[in-house]
Design a protein around this ligand. Structure first.
Ligand SMILES: Nc1nc2c(c(=O)[nH]1)N[C@H]1C(S)=C(S)[C@@H](COP(=O)(O)OP(=O)(O)OC[C@H]3O[C@@H](n4cnc5c(=O)[nH]c(N)nc54)[C@H](O)[C@@H]3O)O[C@H]1N2
Ligand SMILES: Nc1nc2c(c(=O)[nH]1)N[C@H]1C(S)=C(S)[C@@H](COP(=O)(O)OP(=O)(O)OC[C@H]3O[C@@H](n4cnc5c(=O)[nH]c(N)nc54)[C@H](O)[C@@H]3O)O[C@H]1N2
Ligand code: SF4
Ligand SMILES: [Mo]
Length: 920
């Protein structure tokens, strides 16, 4: 492996998705410049929109900078003592199972290892679970059932060399963008390659699909059982492979027989027979096939079975362990895989050992010299929060996750935390929905400050290296946990002063009495000295005496980690989602990700160019359902489930399957009012993995008609407590507030000026209202009305017009010619575009043309509203793209790129550019 021999460049790993891209960071006095690491095997220099914007997340705005107890600043000494004593007291009074840790796939392996060791080895409870429960736990269980161990056999290169790539339950283009780019490039180079997408909705991933199966939600196991049955009937089995390496096949075939033939599969899955037939024939005849699966499979009350239904077809065809083929569960978080290595889930122990056999428990106890090692699995996330609600768990420590937003039944989760005796939260951010529930807040070092290792989807261990000093008094998570462990009396077992020490211990445990029995073995890294650890190059595990340079692909020798050494095919009996839609809740709520936000927005929400892609929470719904439920595109809707409610914007889209609607998981109280989708999600879980069914909640969608709607752009963030709907995003130099309310204020001017004054933004000057300004009205937006109803005012720092008959109010606040805020309110929905108005905040002094157009929101001749941001790399809006396509007769993504640069950076927006081209 070559290295970038530039002294100023730090090579590190992106903190977002499980692709695990290498990042090269050049930090100078002027700031950090982030580029893709050309030498990293995950991305070879590419980055997606989120990775490319990392430098813009590094400021200390909004950071948690010192420890707090009940909102008061305290010293680290006090904070650590309070946590240790608080946990110690509960354990002494109620036993170790009365405490819990809820951790995250975003912790580094070193942090994760120490947290797990403290809870399972020394506190003596297995009540440590992780947000990976909501993410990977079904795939983990499926792997263990089929392979005897949690192993991902494939590597990224297999995606490029396959002849058929099946993508099911994954919006690859947005959730694993760089891998998607690699796939798209491979398909372009080899057009014979086939891509099949299986997803109830048409997603941007379908941009490169030859075939899209928009199956009925939750019907994947029927489809894959049908496929298994088809393969058997068509004699496409690899009998020699099955004979030598597989057990359980007879029962699996028998169970699959019930799926019936193609017409029946088509009927259950709700798609045309021809599509099923095409997919089955393609699969049967294509040896080099990779099946990628993600949350559309895992987040289900039968997620484990679905995973096994997919693995079954690969085992039955012997398509595993060889180049260009295999089942591929992609990991979501940057260190989801590392968390599995250390045993972060409540039902795992450490180093791929679990509680199922006493020798494994004894081995870990001996290695750790742990007096009180837990002997049985702890509570899984949903059960854990229910135990907090019931008072069984009295102290919880949450690290690197935001469960008040991301857990199903989130209102109950929040209430449980508010009622819990002791809630400790380690986070980098001061104000999140979860930190709002904390008694003690511990400031954790963030990306760019932390140092350690992460493991990506293809088992590749990479270093995250620090580039910057840690913000304020923040400390790395491993340090915080170590300090608490020492104060709880476990100093001997927690002597760590640097992360390399922890990594060596973790590596040693993986090799300890392993002798090839456990897949996870990085014993060869146990002797790295500090300098070698610092210089560690990306390497795929296992890394041991047999494979000192790492292992690209697993299961190649047909040996599995089961007692017999054979893989297991499982008899899968498909089950539909646990709770079906009914008359009261007739639509199915599907949830997931959007392109430019990361989960609960704590970091991506800081970046203006990532916020303009989707500035509001929305529900996507098919036109036929919108018609039935009387919803209008662009209007507001109230979504109600048995568990909660939310307010969102309506987006009518042919991409949706009738009967289901889609909402992203990102919005939360830190950025919006009443937009946490998990308040609606029911805490229904898979019986084996405990993973929640986050993709399937029956809901009702009703039109919500407020008395008024509007938006405010202002230099400071304003608080509109009386608005019923509010979505707030950070723009370049301003905050954008999208608003609606049930009560019309008596006087809009008082309302607007109070909002400004409350924020302190204009406390220095109360605008005086002066001259009539009738010449600057917008003809388009202002139909002819009686002059007495249309009133316009202007003073040096306040422009305003109101049209009582139309229920409209518009105002702008200026200071020495610089724009401070604009207010646009309307009783109807007729509001102007925001992009041009937003751009005025970049000016130190408005020009007269700007002022003239301000209240009309009409750009002066020569500049135009850019619309929603499509290309985050070059900030190119949807309208700009559409205008260029029309004006210059552009007819391809390449032509748009040549003209506007859009799509020529990270490439994440190419599917959207193609959609704009389609509309031409
Ligand atoms: N931009 C961005 N990228 C991310 C993240 C992020 O927050 N933002 N988060 C990361 C994390 S932690 C994860 S886990 C991954 C998740 O990555 P993905 O799993 O790809 O993302 P999701 O959008 O959650 O869901 C994937 C798709 O499942 C579909 N689906 C729903 N129900 C069904 C079904 O019954 N069958 C099938 N076949 N499909 C169904 C949904 O329509 C959706 O398009 O993304 C990672 N990458
Ligand atoms: N409805 C629905 N719900 C879902 C999903 C879905 O698809 N639909 N997906 C689920 C999945 S797959 C996942 S992975 C979860 C994700 O959900 P969460 O884990 O709750 O989301 P994040 O916003 O990533 O939360 C990470 C928190 O850790 C903080 N943080 C960042 N870096 C560090 C660090 O180094 N140390 C510490 N201590 N804190 C740090 C961040 O500021 C943030 O507050 O959501 C799940 N919930
Ligand atoms: S694909 Fe994007 S978010 Fe994922 S690791 Fe790479 S740069 Fe980061
Ligand atoms: Mo995830």
């Amino acid at each position: 492996m070559q290295s970038l021999n530039t002294p100023n460049v730090t090579r590190t790993t992106c903190p977002y998705c499980g692709v695990g891209c290498g990042v090269a960071a050049n930090v100078t006095a002027a700031g950090a410049v982030i580029t893709g690491d050309k030498f990293h095997p995950a991305n070879f220099g590419r980055l997606c929109s989120k990775g490319a914007a990392l430098a813009e997340t590094l400021d200390h705005d909004g950071r948690l900078l010192y420890p707090l107890a009940n909102g008061q600043r305290i010293s680290w000494d006090e904070a650590l003592d309070q946590v240790a004593h608080g946990f110690g007291r509960v354990i002494a009074e109620h036993g170790p199972d009365a405490v819990a840790f809820y951790v995250s796939g975003q912790l580094l392996t070193e942090d994760y290892y120490v947290a797990n060791k403290l809870m399972k080895g020394f506190i003596g409870s297995a009540n440590i679970d992780t947000n990976s429960r909501l993410c990977m736990s079904s795939a983990v269980a499926a792997h263990k059932r089929a392979f005897g161990a949690d192993v991902v056999p494939v590597c990224y290169e297999d995606i490029e060399t396959a002849d058929l790539v099946v993508i099911t339950g994954s919006n690859y283009a947005w959730a694993h963008p760089v891998l998607y780019q690699r796939l798209a490039a491979a398909k372009k180079a080899r057009p014979d390659m086939w891509v099949v997408v299986i997803d109830p909705r048409r997603t941007p991933t379908c941009d490169i699909a030859d075939l899209h199966l928009a199956i009925a939600p939750g019907s994947d196991a029927h489809l894959f059982n049908g496929l298994l049955n088809f393969i058997r009937r068509e004699d496409a089995l690899d009998l020699a492979y099955i004979e030598a390496h597989v057990e359980g096949f007879a029962a699996a075939f028998e169970a699959a027989r019930a799926a019936g033939s193609i017409p029946k599969v088509a009927q259950v899955c709700g798609i045309p027979e021809a599509e099923v037939s095409e997919f089955f024939r393609l699969f049967a005849r294509t040896e080099r096939t990779v099946t990628i699966f993600s949350q559309g499979i895992n987040q289900s009350s039968s997620g484990v079975d679905k995973g096994n239904a997919i693995i079954n077809v690969h085992l039955a065809t012997g398509r595993i362990g060889r180049p260009g083929m295999g089942p591929f569960s992609v990991t979501g978080q940057p260190n989801a895989m590392g968390g599995r290595e250390v045993g972060g889930l409540a039902n795992q122990l450490a180093a791929h050992l679990d509680f199922s056999d006493a020798t494994g428990i004894e081995l870990v106890a001996r290695f750790w010299n742990a007096p009180r090692i837990a002997k049985a699995p702890g509570l899984k996330a949903v059960e854990m929060f229910q135990a907090i609600a019931s008072g069984k768990i009295k102290a919880v420590w949450i690290m690197g996750t935001n469960p008040a937003v991301s857990m199903p039944d989130a209102d109950r989760v929040r209430a449980a935390l508010l009622d819990c005796e002791l809630v400790v939260v380690s986070d980098c951010v001061r104000h999140t929905d979860t930190t709002a529930c904390a008694d003690i807040l511990l400031p954790a070092g963030g990306w760019g400050e932390k140092d350690g290792t992460v493991t990506n989807s293809e088992r590749c261990i990479s270093r995250q290296r620090s580039l910057l000093p840690t913000a304020g008094e923040a400390r790395p998570d491993w340090w915080i946990i170590t300090q608490v462990a020492q104060r709880m009396g476990f100093a001997e077992a927690f002597p760590y002063t640097r992360q390399a020490q922890i990594f060596r211990e973790h590596a040693r445990l993986s090799g300890f009495e392993n002798r090839g029995r456990r897949a996870f073995d990085i014993g060869a890294l146990a002797e790295l000295d500090d300098a070698q650890y610092d210089a560690l190059q990306p390497v795929q595990w296992p890394v041991n005496a047999q494979a000192p340079g790492g292992t690209q692909r697993l299961l190649a020798d047909g040996h599995f980690y089961t007692p017999s050494g054979k893989a297991r095919m499982l008899a899968v009996v498909p089950r539909l989602p646990a709770v079906a839609a009914d008359e009261s809740f007739p639509l199915v709520l599907n949830t997931g990700r959007s392109r430019d936000q990361w989960h609960t927005m704590t970091r991506t929400g800081k970046v203006p160019r990532l916020n303009t892609h989707e500035a509001e929470p929305y529900v996507q719904i098919h036109a036929s359902d919108a018609h039935i439920h009387r919803l209008q595109h662009g209007g507001l809707a109230r979504l109600t489930s048995r568990n909660g409610v939310m307010l969102v914007r309506v987006q009518v889209s042919e991409d949706q399957r009738p009967g289901s609607v889609f909402v992203t998981m990102h919005w939360n109280d830190a950025y919006a009012r009443s937009a946490r989708v998990d308040a609606l999600a029911a805490p229904v879980t898979d019986p084996i993995s405990g993973q929640p069914e986050s993709k399937h909640t029956p809901v009702r969608v009703e039109s919500y008609r407020p008395a008024w709607e509007g938006f405010v752009l202002s230099r400071t963030r304003l608080d509109f407590t009386e608005a019923s709907y509010c979505a707030c995003t950070k723009g370049a130099g301003y905050w954008r507030h999208e608003l609606a309310g049930d009560d019309l204020p008596e006087d809009w001017r008082v309302w607007a000026q109070t909002a400004l004054q409350d924020s302190g933004a204009s406390a220095r000057s109360t605008p005086k209202v002066g001259n009539l300004l009738s010449s600057q009205l917008d003809a388009e937006l202002t139909p002819p009305v009686g002059a007495q109803q249309l009133r316009c005012y202007r003073s040096a720092d306040w422009l305003e017009y109101r049209d009582a008959s139309m229920g409209r109010y518009r105002a702008a606040s200026l200071r020495h010619g610089r724009l401070e805020a604009v207010f646009f309110m309307a009783a109807d929905q007729r509001l102007p575009e925001r992009a041009w108005l937003g751009s005025l905040f970049g000016k130190e002094c408005l020009e007269s043309g700007d002022v003239a157009g301000l209240l009309a929101a009409r750009p002066p001749i020569g500049s135009a509203d850019a619309g929603r941001n499509v290309c985050a790399c070059f900030n190119v809006g949807e309208k700009t793209i559409l205008n260029a396509i029309q004006a210059q007769a552009l007819d391809s993504v390449e032509a748009v790129g040549a003209c506007l640069k859009a799509g020529t950076g990270c490439g994440s927006c190419i599917p959207e550019i193609r959609r704009v081209l389609d509309r031409r």
